[in-house]
Structures are given as structure tokens and as C-alpha cells.
Design a protein around this ligand. Structure first.
Ligand code: GCU
Length: 651
């Protein structure tokens, strides 16, 4: 069946040297469903690593716990954290049922990576570590770059062996929630919360739960109208409130493992409380009340802005929208509501400042939303390892007045727009799997470094060959910087083809309605977002507002996001702005070529099929990078008529 060919990605265990005698038997104490999963997983891993099938003992039968073995102990009070200890040949992994599962994966990872430090205690940095799938019920995926949906086909929910294989991948890196349908809930998707679908969803949620994962759904705020037969979806209307309560009673009794709902309201044409003159808090709290009896969560997205702007209007600034809408509502959301905030104020560009909203919510739970679907970062045809960027975001100080004020301290978890689909390697580009794995690992442990995560993923996926680790790590670690260099300069963003968002189109969004303008003319480029301009800088807490508002202190990689500057402006490097643009584009395309060189050195060291798949995409990346270089450089050359100091070819 189509979509049933799939790889085991970083979980294809292989023969491994130095696995201790403990791998000979597995003893379980505890009856939790995830503990059983952990035992099965360990067994499979040990079999592949040692070539021997371990003996497994369950329940009260504890024969063997005093000779070399892995002892899995479920602690009733334990949550998702685990402790691991190797003593006298006995490897003890203990924690709550989910904790033991994470501990088992940690043990497998250590063995595969050759890490012999087995004594550790870990608990997830944050309780919520989610993926948001933008899958439609017809099987297509909005901004999907790796094939069709493996959750839906022909308006039906699909549950098959791939469902479990997927849950296993997520659990192995620490993800504990997945919203499976597109945030743009339309048509059949509105009916997911009806008896037509609940049976299948229950099956899926039970499979997920064996791997410690909660199923979430995206919700249609107007469901009382679209499926309820009511004349309104006004959140303060008594009939609407009663309808939601009844609906949630039905849904949670059919799918008791459901985690809750993601809601995109009053955004890009989606319905919401605004239509009834109500606030986001009134809308979210109404739903929160309906799901509260079942422990459900409402994840309310803050991607709210005016998408019918007039490009001639220079006062309205889309960047301000999330903060303008949500900062005044701080403290008014129910405690089972999380506000889900995109990392930047615009939309997943390769470079944006961190959203100022993180610094404004002191009494509201929130999640950081990132996008591993590489919508604006090469669509999984370019290598762009995003974990270094996510690290920067997490460590960004908000100056919200607390002692610990980084984004990582403010949030209750992370959500990523998923990059998976029915392609046999799950992520289209083989190397894009590093973003899926990396997102999970970083969400589980915010303190890990992007480099270490890359190293783990490479060892798990391709083995521990020295050159393999060195070259691929180099490729990954430099890929975001390279992409940034050959695309839109210095935080300006949006020079991509409208609609598809792939490839260069410097003015593609310039005269459009989306609020995404760079306003380049022959003398200057950029948007003045200081108090003299749109005032966006004032949404940041001091001293950030002043730092961004001053072109001398503004981080240079964001210069054109915050300032309008002449092309002759001198950067810290001594280069003019225009010369920086030319140089960066030549450099970036050169780095795309370097990716190919590094990969070619691995011929014969990685499996031939994978080698060729990646090579093909790297070739396309180079072609596309050269296209970006020439289109962007020529655009600025024609605008400014300032030649390249180095006399390279411009068109
Ligand atoms: C982007 C993306 C849309 C998506 C939206 C969202 O604008 O292009 O496809 O629906 O983000 O996050 O809701």
C-alpha cells in the first residue's frame, strides 16, 4: 500500500561493539503501558546490537535481577523523568512509566553513540513537547515537503503500522504530543469531533499513548455553526457554551487519551471570537471550560494579524500584531490555556528577532512555536539545520523583570510545525530528519547543544565513522548560516516567490496584502521600526527597546528588520551595506557548493541509496542557491547601480 514503505530513520539499530552483559536480560517491575513498550524496544535494540535475544521477565517474576541485566522499575510517583545507574553489572532504569521509556531510549542512544557514562538523572525541561501537523483530510499537507499525509486519506483517518512507527520515532527523542490536522480547519476536518471519526481517533490515540504521546486535534472555532446547527459561535452565548460542553463530553468519552485542541482563530480567514465582538480570552476560556473536566488543554495560537493590508499604508506594521493583540490580555486566560507564539513577529523567516510577546506574558502560560517544515528555509530540498536557531531563541533574554528571564524560562513547552510525510525517509530530505530528531531532543532538554544533538543524530543514523560524523556535522552546523547568506539579507525577509515560498522573487511580496514589505528603492532599504517609524521596538522591555532602536547597537544580522538605511551605510566590518549583500550572496552560494564537496567525501561510507538521494538534493540546493545569488544581487545592482568592488558578474 502506498505510504507503507518507510525507513526506521535514526532507529535502525545496528551491530554495536561494547554493549555490556546487562543486555542479556531485561527485568521489568511495574505494569505501565509505556514500561512494556520500553522493554520491547530494548529487546529489539539489544538483539540488533549484540545478535543475541535477551531474556525478558515481567511482573513479580524477578529471577535474574541480581545478575547482569537491565532492570526497569516503574515508580508510582514518577513522571516523565528517569534515573539510570550501572552497578555490579545491573543497569537500573527507573521513573514513571513514561520516564522509563525515555530512560530506555537514552540507554540505547548511549550505546549507539559510544557514551559510557551511564549514571544520569534527567527530567524533561518542559511538560509540553509537541508537533503540529498541517495535514488535511484529503491527504494533502499544507506546507508539506515530504509526500502525503500518513494520518488522513480520502477524508478518512488512517491507522496502520506506520502510525506506530511514527509514534516510536517521536518518543525516542522525547516528544509527547502531536496535533494531527491542519490548523486551518475546513470542510471534513470540522467533523473530526463527530462520531464519524472518533472511533479511529481513539485507536490512534491508544497507539500514541503506548509511546507516551497524547493526541491533539486542531479545532474549528465555528463548529457550533459548521456542524452544530446553531446560528452563532459567540463564546458568550449560552447555547454555544452548552453545545461545546456536550460536545467535549462526547469527544473525551470516545477518546479518553486526547490531550486537547490547537486553535487558530481570527487569523488568515479562520473564524474566531472577533466576529462576535469578543476577545481571544473569552474565546479560549469558553473552550477551556468545556475541556477542563477531562484534563484537556486549549492551545491558542497568537499568529493573528491583518492579512488584508494595503502596501501603501506605511503605518500599520504586521510585526506588531501578536503583541498588540495578546499583551493586554496577560492574566486573563484560564490555567488550561497555553498561548502558542511563533518564534518571531512575522512568520518563520530565516532571520527574525524573537517575538516581544514572550517578554510581556507574566501571568499566562505559553508555548514557543517553531517550524521544522522548512517553508521559508529551503523546503527540505535545501539542508538547513534549525537547531542552532532554536537554541538562540531559547536563550534570548526577555528582560521581563524575573531573575531567570530567557525564553526558555518563560515557556511551558515547545511546538514545531512538523516536517514529516509519507515519503519513505519521512522527511523528504534525509538530512531534514536531523530537525525532527533535534527538535524533540532540544524540547526535552533545553540545555543540549545543537552540535551535540547533531552528533547523536548522525551516529544513530549513519554509525560512528569518524569522517561521517565530522563531515555531516560540519554540513549541518553551517547550513543555516549559508542559507541566510544566499537569501534575503540582514533580517529583511520575504524575498521569496509568493504562494510557494520557494526560490527568489525580490518584489514578490512588495505590493501585496500580506504586510511583508522591504520598501527598497534606489537609495535605501528596510523598515524603520523605531519610535520614529512604526514603534515596534517599543514592544520590547528595556534595555532591548533601546538596543534595537539604535542602529549602532542593533545586532547587525537584524539591521534591515529594524532600520531603513542607505546602501552606502558602513557596517562594523567596514563594508558598505551593498557590498555586504554582494559578498554574502557569493559566499553563501560557495558554501552550498562546499556541502556537495563534504558529502562526496562520504561516498562508500553511507548506504548507496541514501548517498544518492542526498546528493541529488544537494545539487538542487546549489542550483537554487546560485539562482538566489544572481537574482538578489542583480536586483540590488539594478536598483543602486553601485558596482561590486570585486568586479564579479552581476546581471
Ligand atoms: C504561514 C503559512 C500558512 C499557515 C500559517 C499559519 O502563513 O504560509 O500556510 O497556515 O503560516 O501558521 O497558520
Amino acid at each position: 500500500m502506498e505510504g507503507l514503505e518507510y525507513s526506521r530513520a535514526w532507529l535502525a539499530y545496528r551491530k554495536t561493539e561494547g554493549v555490556g552483559d546487562f543486555a542479556g536480560s531485561i527485568v521489568c517491575r511495574g505494569g505501565g503501558v509505556q514500561l512494556k513498550t520500553a522493554a520491547t524496544e530494548l529487546k529489539a535494540a539489544f538483539e540488533a546490537m549484540t545478535g543475541r535475544t535477551p531474556e525478558t521477565m515481567e511482573g513479580e517474576d524477578e529471577r535474574g535481577a541480581d545478575r547482569p541485566c537491565v532492570l526497569l522499575i516503574e515508580e508510582a510517583s514518577g513522571g516523565e523523568g528517569y534515573r539510570m545507574e550501572l552497578k555490579d553489572g545491573v543497569m537500573t532504569v527507573s521513573g514513571g512509566s513514561c520516564g522509563v521509556l525515555y530512560g530506555a531510549f537514552a540507554l540505547i542512544r548511549k550505546l549507539a553513540c559510544g557514551d559510557t557514562d551511564f549514571n544520569e538523572a534527567k527530567a524533561p525541561s518542559k511538560p509540553l513537547r509537541m508537533l503540529n501537523h498541517w495535514d488535511n483530510l484529503d491527504g494533502s499537507i499544507e506546507r508539506g515537503y515530504s509526500g502525503a499525509s500518513f494520518f488522513f486519506r480520502d477524508n478518512k483517518v488512517v491507522v496502520n503500522e506506520r502510525t506506530e512507527a511514527y509514534a516510536r520515532l517521536l518518543a525516542s527523542c522525547g516528544i509527547n504530543g502531536a496535533a494531527i490536522n491542519n490548523v486551518n480547519v475546513k470542510g471534513a476536518a470540522s467533523r473530526l469531533i463527530t462520531s464519524e471519526y472518533l472511533g479511529r481517533l481513539r485507536e490512534m490515540s491508544e497507539i500514541f499513548w503506548r509511546w507516551g504521546i497524547r493526541l491533539y486535534l486542531s479545532l474549528d472555532f465555528a463548529a457550533p455553526l459548521s456542524i452544530g446547527g446553531l446560528g452563532t459561535a459567540d463564546p458568550l452565548d449560552e447555547a454555544v457554551r452548552a453545545w461545546w460542553k456536550d460536545k467535549m463530553a462526547e469527544v473525551f468519552s470516545a477518546v479518553p487519551r486526547l490531550g486537547g485542541f490547537v486553535v487558530k482563530a481570527d487569523s488568515e480567514g479562520r473564524p474566531g471570537p472577533f466576529s462576535y465582538g469578543r476577545s481571544h480570552a473569552e474565546g479560549a476560556n469558553m473552550l477551556a471550560e468545556a475541556v477542563r473536566p477531562y484534563g484537556g488543554l486549549i492551545i491558542w495560537r497568537c499568529f493573528v494579524y491583518n492579512c488584508r493590508q494595503d502596501w501603501r499604508d506605511t503605518k500599520t506594521d504586521r510585526a506588531r500584531a501578536a503583541c498588540d493583540s495578546f499583551a493586554p490580555l496577560d492574566g486573563s486566560f484560564a490555567d488550561n490555556v497555553y498561548l502558542q507564539i511563533k518564534n518571531g513577529p512575522m512568520d518563520f523567516q530565516v532571520r527574525e528577532p524573537v517575538s516581544p510577546l514572550f517578554g510581556k506574558l507574566r501571568r499566562t502560560k505559553c508555548l514557543l512555536e517553531v517550524q521544522i517544515a522548512q517553508e521559508y528555509t529551503g523546503q527540505q530540498r535545501h539542508v538547513c539545520y534549525l537547531i542552532p536557531q532554536f537554541k538562540e531563541i531559547l536563550s534570548f533574554r526577555t528582560f521581563n523583570g524575573s531573575e531567570r528571564d530567557a525564553v526558555a524560562d518563560v515557556i511551558g513547552g515547545m511546538a514545531a510545525v512538523s516536517n514529516t510525510g509519507s515519503d519513505c525517509n519521512w522527511t523528504g530530505h534525509d538530512l531534514a530528519a536531523a530537525n525532527l530528531y533535534g527538535f524533540g531532543r532540544l524540547a526535552f532538554d533545553n540545555a543540549l547543544s545543537a552540535e551535540d544533538i547533531a552528533g547523536e543524530w548522525i551516529a544513530l543514523t549513519y554509525g560512528r565513522g569518524e569522517k561521517v560524523i565530522r563531515n555531516i556535522r560540519k554540513m549541518l552546523m553551517n547550513s543555516h548560516a549559508a542559507y541566510e547568506k544566499y537569501t534575503a539579507p540582514l533580517g529583511i525577509g520575504w524575498m521569496c516567490a509568493p504562494g510557494t515560498h520557494y526560490g527568489p522573487s525580490p518584489e514578490g511580496y512588495e505590493y501585496d496584502r500580506w504586510g511583508t514589505y522591504h520598501r527598497a528603492d534606489h537609495l535605501a532599504i528596510g523598515v524603520d521600526r523605531t519610535p520614529a517609524g512604526t514603534g515596534y521596538t517599543e514592544q520590547y522591555n528595556p534595555p532591548l527597546n533601546a538596543i534595537y532602536a539604535d542602529r549602532e547597537t542593533c545586532p547587525e544580522e537584524l539591521l534591515l528588520f529594524f532600520h531603513r538605511l542607505p546602501y552606502t551605510y558602513r557596517l562594523k566590518s567596514g563594508k558598505t551595506l551593498i557590498q555586504h549583500i554582494y559578498d554574502a550572496h557569493f559566499e553563501g552560494a560557495g558554501e552550498a557548493a562546499e556541502l556537495i564537496r563534504l558529502w562526496k567525501e562520504l561516498e562508500g561510507e553511507v548506504e548507496p541509496g541514501a548517498y544518492l538521494r542526498v546528493l541529488e538534493r544537494l545539487n538542487e540546493q546549489l542550483q537554487s542557491a546560485e539562482e538566489w545569488r544572481d537574482v538578489i544581487n542583480s536586483y540590488f545592482w539594478r536598483k543602486t547601480m553601485i558596482p561590486d568592488e570585486k568586479g564579479r558578474k552581476l546581471y
